[in-house]
Design a protein around this ligand. Structure first.
Ligand code: GZL
Length: 323
């Protein structure tokens, strides 16, 4: 009893302290009341797909009343790393990262983790030895996309074609996996060969430039173009027309993303197929970051499902597309 009397004042003091912390400023803080500040490190604005993703993230943040700190890295990983360090200094509640390439993230993500800030990856994955450095990845299955592109092309050209490949950004998850998936399937067909392959960095301008070089080297020996995104395919279409051939007829083109420009090119008969890659990741990203902030465990990959759109369905589907 004596012991209890001696410690009673301490217990009371602790209770008063805790109570005063909860009612700081006379206003009881409800968990949901605080305006979240989220840092978003975006790769850049290299393609129509990227712009659609940025719009989705920005509009969802506005809808949820989230204070979004937006950083455009202009395709440079060092700018993304700088942005992440700036978000730490600003003590953001959470970070959304679209990583330009797969590697080189371990050191800065360890700093983010040490600061107690959860990270959600969108759109592209990373290679790290400790996957606790991010809570989840919200992205499509790029291997699947590459496989579906190859399956469609094999059927379209009766399993016989000389193919030129316009690759995405070197070292990026979509470029690595779209190539992997495509090659897995064409390996089954001895008469389907990739005769030229080079990066067009996911941009229309570079796609056109690389296609011009392919045409100079191979000319009418090219039967098909496999472009890792629609923007590079649209650049290739320009190059093919300037070379004097008919894109979509003399040369068959398949690409990935499913952006509006691809549907328009399919309706014109200049692009033959586009495999969708969903960029509208805003709602899922903010759901995931909110759950991460309260310490919920999430699956390591929240996979987006994509469809294949051959030119025959383009006119009917286009009016229903959201990006
Ligand atoms: C895919 C995304 C790719 C798109 C390109 O998730 O990272 O980057 O396919 C974009 O259009 O530039």
């Amino acid at each position: 009893m004596k012991k209890l009397l001696r410690t009673a004042p301490l217990i009371i003091a602790l209770m008063v302290l805790c109570t005063s912390m909860v009612f700081a400023g006379g206003q009881k803080e409800e968990p949901g009341d605080k305006t979240l500040t989220i840092g978003f490190s975006q790769i850049g604005a290299e393609s129509a797909w990227r712009s659609a993703e940025t719009d989705s993230i920005r509009s969802e943040a506005a809808k949820r009343g989230i204070n979004l700190k937006f950083s455009d890295a202009q395709q440079k990983q060092e700018n993304q790393i700088k942005a992440l360090r700036s978000f730490i200094a600003q003590k953001v509640d959470g970070i959304i990262l679209a990583p330009v390439v797969e590697t080189g993230w371990e050191p800065v993500l360890k700093e983010v983790k040490a600061a107690g800030i959860p990270v959600v990856l969108v759109d592209r994955g990373i290679k790290v030895s400790d996957d606790s450095l991010y809570t989840t990845l919200i992205a499509s299955d790029f291997v699947f996309e590459g496989q579906e592109a190859a399956k469609w092309l094999a059927k379209k050209l009766n399993e016989k074609a000389n193919i030129v490949e316009l690759q995405g950004t070197p070292g990026s998850a979509p470029a690595i996996d779209r190539k992997k998936g495509f090659e897995e399937i064409i390996a089954k067909y001895p008469d389907m060969k990739i005769i030229k392959s080079q990066s067009g960095d996911f941009t229309r301008a570079k796609g056109k430039e690389v296609m011009e070089a392919f045409l100079k080297a191979e000319g009418k020996n090219i039967h098909a173009v496999y472009a890792h995104n629609d923007d590079m395919a649209l650049g290739a279409i320009q190059a093919i027309e300037e070379y004097g051939l008919n894109p979509g007829k003399d040369v068959i083109l398949i690409s990935i993303d499913g952006v509006r420009g691809a549907f328009e090119a399919m309706i014109e008969g200049k692009l033959n197929c586009s495999v969708e890659c969903n960029p509208l990741l805003g709602p899922l990203a903010f759901d995931a970051i909110a759950r991460s902030i309260v310490g919920e465990k999430l699956p390591k990959w929240i996979k987006q499902n994509d469809q294949v759109f051959p030119q025959e369905v383009a006119a009917e589907v286009l009016p229903k597309r959201k990006y």
